[in-house]
Design a protein around this ligand. Structure first.
Ligand SMILES: Cc1cc2nc3c(=O)[nH]c(=O)nc-3n(C[C@H](O)[C@H](O)[C@H](O)COP(=O)(O)OP(=O)(O)OC[C@H]3O[C@@H](n4cnc5c(N)ncnc54)[C@H](O)[C@@H]3O)c2cc1C
Length: 287
């Protein structure tokens, strides 16, 4: 009797340096980085993906660092877990919304294994970090055979399971500007149950530099609500003004319809989530 293995046969490497990881990723067609494994191993079990070589990033301590740069920005190594975001004093000081949101992702097991890099490289539209990092104006540092490059959030997320990290490349870190004085961040969403998957989400950052809003689950990439941002530019963010500004915002969206929500319901939820996120961020900005 032939017994089917859970995973297709796969080569496994556990490099001890970033240089070695980049070399391995570039040297083998079909090599994939392995971070927390929570998405990758599941898609391998389902045979939706069958990488030939897994390059496990677990021993790369540089990718686990959380640091502050000279201008106060947060430098999050790609292998930082959600639990580490929750516990980090640097995150609490520089951009506390990251810890607040990480604490709401799924459950403790997922928070202990899931990584910042894995979350954004998957770019599942229901994931928490892509819209949040878009609203916060994060940048992404990618290493490859050609060296290092930094990509803004607007150019990083390209589609579902598709980002600016190309074949043979590695996401090294995510840089998040520190929260400026008089600013506030918030993320609001409608989930399937407590700590469940988002049906629609919106993240907002409000401050002297203006308003940034990104919506999740309405397209293959986080959608910046630029029309809303312009309408709110220079406006006093009263509940009435924000309510008026979000009206009709959903009509410009083309969200998917699935078993959880028809497209039109998602359009209306997007307006509700944006309104809540902007008002909550504005309240925090006022202190
Ligand atoms: C039950 C359950 C519920 C979940 N619910 C949520 C949720 O509500 N919200 C949410 O945001 N997430 C949720 N997740 C997803 C979870 O956050 C995953 O951790 C995440 O999507 C992938 O992260 P990972 O570290 O496990 O990456 P992996 O599965 O190891 O990797 C995912 C992909 O990213 C690539 N990759 C990883 N790191 C790098 C890197 N540094 N450079 C280049 N490529 C890289 C891999 O090659 C792979 O293609 C859930 C997961 C589970 C199991």
């Amino acid at each position: 009797m032939i017994k089917r293995m859970l995973l297709r046969e796969v080569e496994y490497a556990r490099p001890g340096s970033i240089e070695e990881a980049v070399r391995l990723l570039g040297a083998h067609d079909g090599a994939r980085a392995l971070a927390g494994g929570q998405t990758l191993v599941n898609v391998m079990k389902a045979r939706a993906a069958a990488p030939e070589v897994l390059v496990d990033l677990a021993d790369l301590s540089e990718l686990r660092e959380i640091a502050r740069s000279a201008d106060g920005s947060l430098e999050l190594g790609a292998m930082v877990t959600y639990s580490e975001l929750v516990r980090s004093p640097d995150v609490a000081a520089a951009r506390p919304i990251l810890a607040e949101v990480a604490a709401t992702i799924a459950d403790r097991q997922v928070q202990n294994r899931g990584t910042v890099g894995g979350n954004v490289c998957v770019n599942d539209p229901t994931n928490h970090l892509p819209p949040l990092l878009s609203a916060l104006g994060a940048t992404f540092t990618i290493l490859g055979p050609g060296g290092e490059r930094t990509v803004a959030a607007g150019d990083f997320f390209l589609g579902v399971y598709l980002t600016a990290v190309g074949e043979g490349e590695l996401l090294a870190r995510v840089t998040v500007p520190a929260l400026a004085a008089g600013s506030g961040d918030a993320m609001e969403g409608i989930t399937l149950g407590v700590h469940g998957t988002y049906i629609v989400s919106a993240a907002a950052s409000v401050g002297p530099a203006g308003v940034r809003v990104a919506i999740g689950c309405v397209s293959a990439v986080p959608e910046r609500a630029t029309a809303l941002e312009q309408r709110l530019s220079g406006a006093e963010l009263t509940p009435e003004a924000v309510h008026a500004a979000v009206a009709g915002l959903g009509d410009a969206l083309d969200p998917p319809a699935d078993v959880h929500a028809p497209a039109d319901y998602r359009r209306r939820l997007a307006e509700v989530c944006c309104e809540r996120a902007v008002l909550s961020a504005a309240k925090r900005a006022r202190g």
